[in-house]
Design a binder for this molecule. Structure first.
Ligand SMILES: Cc1ncc(COP(=O)(O)O)c(C=O)c1O
Length: 404
C-alpha cells in the first residue's frame, strides 16, 4: 500500500500494517518477542551483520527489535517526515541517546534554557564527566550566532517549552545553526508529531517521549528519535548498540496501538484544553495563563505560523502571593490526578516548582512570580473539568483567607 500522497490520518491508521503474506492475516502487527534472532545459514548471518554495521535497519539480535518494533518505527518516521526512527526505553533515554550520538569530548552544545528539566541531569551527571560542555541560552532573548564557538556541535531545544509553553522560532534558529554546521535536535513531545514537523522546519533530529501522546494511555514508557539522514541513522544506531539499549515488543505494540488514534485523541485534548485556558484567562484568581493557542499568548503568532494544532497542556500562575496556593488548589481537585507525565486520556495537575521555573529565562520576566500549576487536560467533559477547577479555586481562596 502506498501512503506517499495520503493525509496524516490515513498514514496513522495504515503505516506499518502487516502485509497479508499468507493471503489473510490480522489487522495489527503481532507482538514479536525474541532474544535470539535465528539465521538460515552462516553466510546470511554474516551478510546481515555487515548490513547492520553499515547502518541498515536490520535485526541480528533481539535488542534491535523485530516486526513490532519495525512497524512502530515506520509509522513514526512517516508521521515525523523522517528518514528513520529509532526506539528508546523512555523519552529521557531518547534524549540521552541523541546527546551521546552527536557530542564528543571537547564539544560544546547550546541548549535552550526552557527544555525538559532532567536534561540538565544528563548534562551534570554524564556529559560534564566526559568533557562535553553544555551552555544554556535564552532562545527568546539571546542572539544565537554570537554564542556559537568553533567547538559547538549541537543546538538542542524544545518548542513549545516545558512548563510555560514558550514557542520558539525554530526555522530561524535552525537556519543559523546549520550555517555553522551544527546538528539541530528538537523535543517534539508536545505536539505528538501531529501538529509540528521539526524536520521540515530545519531540525535534523526530532525526539518524542512516546510515553505521552503516542502511547496515549499512561501505560508505557517509550522514546522515539527520528532523523533526517542515513548518516545520522548510522550514528544513532551505533550509539544505541554501544549502550545496549532495548525496548520490549509489548511496549512497541501498545505504542503503535496508541498511535492509531492519535489524531482523534489530540483533537479532543486540544478542544478541551482551549476551553479550560479560556476559562482560566478570565478568572480573577489567575494572573497569567500559558497556552499558545490563546490569542494574547506571546507565542501565538509563531504558533499559528508553524503549528497546525495545540496539545492538552495549560499552565497558569495564581494572582496571590501565598506560595501554598498551588498545592492547596491541586489538593482540592477531584477529577485531576496528581502526578508527573502527561499525554494519557486523563486529566492531571502538577505544581511547577520555583526551582524548575527559575531555569527558564521567560519566567524571570513574569512579574510577581507566584506559584504555578501545570494542567494536562484529558478527555473528560470540559464542563466537568471547569466545574472542578471552579470548586478548587473557591476552596483555595477560603483556605488562604482563613490562614491569613
Ligand atoms: C517534553 C518532555 N520530554 C521528555 C520527557 C521524558 O519522557 P519519559 O518520561 O518517557 O522519560 C518528558 C517527560 O515528562 C517531557 O515532558
Amino acid at each position: 500500500m502506498s501512503l506517499d500522497h495520503a493525509h496524516v490520518q490515513t498514514r496513522l491508521v495504515h503505516a506499518g500494517s502487516p502485509a497479508l503474506t499468507q493471503g489473510a492475516g490480522p489487522v495489527n502487527v503481532p507482538v514479536v518477542r525474541t532474544s535470539t534472532v535465528r539465521f538460515a545459514d552462516t553466510a546470511t548471518q554474516a551478510a546481515l551483520n555487515q548490513q547492520r554495521a553499515a547502518g541498515d535497519r536490520v535485526a541480528t539480535y533481539g535488542r534491535h527489535g523485530l516486526d513490532t518494533h519495525q512497524a512502530l518505527e515506520e509509522a513514526v518516521a512517516l508521521l515525523e517526515g523522517g528518514y528513520r526512527t529509532v526506539l528508546a526505553p523512555s523519552g529521557l533515554a531518547a534524549i540521552t541517546l541523541v546527546l551521546l550520538a552527536t557530542l564528543a569530548p571537547g564539544d560544546h552544545a547550546l541548549v535552550a534554557d526552557s527544555v525538559y528539566s532532567p536534561v540538565r541531569k544528563v548534562d551534570k551527571s554524564l556529559l560534564a564527566r566526559y568533557g562535553i560542555e553544555v551552555e544554556y541560552f535564552s532562545p527568546g532573548q539571546d542572539a544565537l550566532e554570537p554564542l556559537i564557538r568553533p567547538s559547538t556541535r549541537l543546538l538542542y531545544l524544545e518548542s513549545p517549552s516545558s512548563l510555560l509553553f514558550e514557542v520558539l522560532d525554530l526555522p530561524a534558529l535552525a537556519a543559523t545553526a546549520r550555517r555553522h554546521g551544527l546538528w539541530v535536535a528538537a523535543d517534539n513531545t508536545w505536539s505528538g508529531g501531529l501538529y509540528y514537523q521539526p524536520l521540515a522546519l530545519g531540525a535534523h533530529i526530532s525526539i518524542q517521549a512516546a510515553t505521552k501522546y503516542l502511547a496515549g494511555h499512561s501505560d508505557v514508557m517509550m522514546g522515539v528519535v527520528t532523523v533526517d539522514s542515513a548518516e545520522l541513522a548510522q550514528r544513532i544506531g551505533a550509539t544505541y548498540d554501544a549502550l545496549g539499549l532495548s525496548v520490549g515488543a509489548d511496549d512497541a505494540y501498545l505504542t503503535l496501538r496508541g498511535l492509531r488514534t492519535l489524531d482523534v485523541r489530540l483533537a479532543r485534548h486540544q478542544v478541551n484544553a482551549l476551553a479550560v485556558a479560556q476559562y482560566l484567562a478570565t478568572h480573577p484568581d489567575v494572573s497569567r495563563v500559558f497556552h499558545p493557542a490563546l490569542p494574547d499568548d506571546p507565542g501565538h503568532a509563531l504558533w499559528r505560523r508553524d503549528f497546525s494544532g495545540a496539545s492538552g497542556l495549560v499552565s497558569f500562575a495564581f494572582d496571590h502571593p501565598d506560595p501554598t496556593a498551588a498545592s492547596r488548589f491541586i489538593d482540592a481537585l477531584q477529577y485531576f490526578s496528581i502526578g508527573a507525565s502527561w499525554g494519557g486520556y486523563e486529566s492531571l495537575a502538577l505544581e511547577a516548582g520555583p526551582q524548575r521555573l527559575a531555569e527558564h529565562s521567560l519566567w524571570k520576566q513574569v512579574p510577581g512570580q507566584q506559584s504555578v500549576v501545570r494542567l494536562h487536560i484529558g478527555l473528560e467533559n470540559p464542563q466537568d473539568l471547569i466545574g472542578d477547577l471552579e470548586r478548587a479555586f473557591s476552596s483555595t481562596r477560603e483556605a488562604l483567607r482563613r490562614s491569613a
